[in-house]
Design a protein around this ligand. Structure first.
Ligand code: SF4
Ligand code: SF4
Length: 284
């Protein structure tokens, strides 16, 4: 009798990568013990792989914790120290998008950025707050407050203002040596209330219109970048309208605030979630 042909085993990552949806409406998503267990599982894969050793500060922190532990393995790393890995993660997504061969559909099912986001959401649900970072994430409010007193705000936060920066470091843990964004009396929205007339000699004249989303950083902190971009587009004949309805919500999302809407009445999401949350829903 002839042997039944067998389907050869497939390496998981030969298929296109995908992402599991963020289960933010599921109570189990916020189970801190379950999140830490999953962190242990995924971190152990990272420990044996170490491909991301130079990608950011999170991975070196993880590997140092393991290497300096009693057994040299993850089992003797205190789970409370996972917070040190979390602290250094900017959710840049680079490990998922560019490095990791073990993302879904690979059976190892690795997604460190989503895991860190879940960890933050679970800790927030457990009552943990980082008041300073939460306040720094209120970019529209901060920008509106700083705009009328931009010169004073910039003087106060300048690196050479050592006494105040040392005080800020002591209170808010903002490194006294780091250069902080500057504020301006005129935002990008003020500088570009209407589109710059497009150049009729530009190749795109009469054919192209664009909306330039300023972002909070450009609107409040680097308005010249918006003006420069609008000028380049105008020179090409493109009519560019600057728009900035509100912060995209990314700072809150990174703090896992939008991921769980903790302050929403009855725990239900607000009717108008931040722009980034809507965008992430589409993207994810
Ligand atoms: S994220 Fe993936 S590639 Fe990076 S260390 Fe972990 S297992 Fe390796
Ligand atoms: S998402 Fe986090 S862990 Fe991954 S590369 Fe970026 S900072 Fe590092």
């Amino acid at each position: 009798m002839a042997d039944t042909p067998k389907t050869p085993a497939r390496e998981g990552s030969l298929d296109a990568p995908f992402r599991h949806p963020i289960a933010w409406q599921d109570e189990a998503y916020y189970d801190l013990a379950a999140v830490e267990k999953e962190m242990e599982r995924q971190f152990d894969v990272c420990h044996t792989c170490r491909r991301c050793f130079n990608l950011c500060d999170s991975f070196p922190r993880l590997f140092d914790l393991i290497d300096e532990s009693k057994t040299g393995e993850l089992d003797s790393v205190d789970k409370a120290d996972y917070a040190k890995v979390d602290e250094a993660c900017t959710l840049c997504d680079m490990c998922f998008l560019t490095k990791c061969p073990y993302v879904p559909p690979h059976e190892f099912d690795i997604d460190i950025p989503h895991l860190i986001l879940r960890y933050r959401a679970a800790k927030r649900r457990a009552g943990e707050r980082d008041v300073v970072r939460d306040q720094l994430g209120q970019t529209d409010r901060n920008g509106r407050l700083a705009k009328p007193v931009a010169k004073i705000a910039n003087w106060a936060t300048a690196r050479k203002n050592t006494p105040l920066r040392k005080l800020l470091e002591a209170i808010a843990e903002i490194d006294a040596e780091v250069e902080l964004p500057k504020y301006h009396a005129k935002t990008a929205t003020d500088l570009l209330p209407t589109p710059i007339p497009p150049d009729p000699a530009g190749p795109a004249f009469g054919q192209r219109k664009v909306a330039l989303y300023a972002t909070c950083f450009v609107d409040y902190n680097t308005p010249d970048a918006a003006v420069a971009a609008a000028r380049v587009l105008a020179k090409q004949g493109v009519e560019a309208k600057l728009v900035y309805p509100e912060c995209c919500g990314m700072p809150s999302w990174r703090r896992a605030i939008s991921a769980m809407w903790p302050d929403a009445p009855n725990g239900s999401p607000p009717s108008s979630p931040p722009i980034s949350t809507r965008a992430m829903r589409l993207r994810l």
